[in-house]
Design a protein around this ligand. Structure first.
Ligand SMILES: [Fe+2]
Length: 243
């Protein structure tokens, strides 16, 4: 499996605090059958984590990989970001402050939790106009998605892809997110399920149980689609189609 959303880069944000935490997360991920992780620190969060792309961040990803190798953990990491679409983000995007996942055209994006639907759609259109395909992180957690039945379809019609969080499926983000996550998956509107892991203790990078759940309850092919096929296309920069 491949995890396309994981806060495992040590010291970058509210995820892994140091290298030892990151290596414990890496070990847990590998034990759940994850072979590749895209490292996605929060980026451009107003008043908080900035993490704009530069040489030093690339070095941090390389040194994480070196430590993983030294520990003999069977896991490859790739660079990425979870880009917060705050006002003014287009200028930063044009300046090269953001990268897509593994530097592809697929950009993992998030909104403020109280973003309104119209503003969210406009921001997705702006990302697309710059030549990227936005992957909306945890759509099930946003108020406008829970409140408006058509929101999922509107975002997909615009050309966005949807990444549901592992924890939402199991209820870690409340009833409303759990209901919406399961609805998005059972109607085959999800394109990815990822861990959005922040630590080795809670919100962990363990995907085996949700992969098994989806494979058994919905479809084995769809389970592979969400955890293997589409994530692999992201890493390789290949086209992604609906299930
Ligand atoms: Fe995240």
């Amino acid at each position: 499996m491949i995890d396309i959303h994981c806060h495992i880069l040590p010291g970058a944000d509210d995820g892994a605090g140091n290298m030892s935490d990151a290596l414990e997360m890496a070990e847990l991920a590998a034990s759940s059958g994850i072979k590749r992780i895209i490292v996605t620190p929060h980026c451009n969060v107003p008043g908080s984590f900035r993490n704009y792309w530069n040489y030093f961040m690339a070095e941090d990803v390389r040194s994480l990989q070196n430590e993983i190798r030294k520990k003999k953990i069977n896991l490859t990491v790739y660079p990425g970001q979870e880009v917060y679409l705050a006002p003014g983000f287009v200028e930063l995007l044009k300046k090269g402050e953001f990268i897509g996942l593994n530097e592809s055209k697929y950009m993992l994006v998030e909104f403020g939790m109280r973003e309104t639907a119209d503003v969210a759609y406009r921001k997705l259109q702006q990302v697309i106009a710059e030549g990227y395909v936005p992957i909306v992180a945890h759509p099930e957690r946003y108020g406008f998605v829970s409140e408006q039945q058509e929101a999922v379809y509107r975002m997909k019609d615009l050309g966005a892809l949807l990444q549901v969080n592992r924890g939402s499926i199991k209820g870690a983000f409340g009833m409303s997110a759990m209901k919406k996550a399961n609805e998005i998956i059972s109607t085959y509107q999800a394109d990815f399920v990822a861990s959005d892991a922040h630590s080795q203790y809670s919100r962990t990078p363990y995907l085996a149980d949700v992969h098994e759940f989806i494979s058994e309850e919905i479809s084995a092919d769809y389970g592979d689609w969400l955890f293997k096929v589409n994530p692999s296309k992201v890493i390789n920069g290949e086209e992604i189609y609906s299930f």
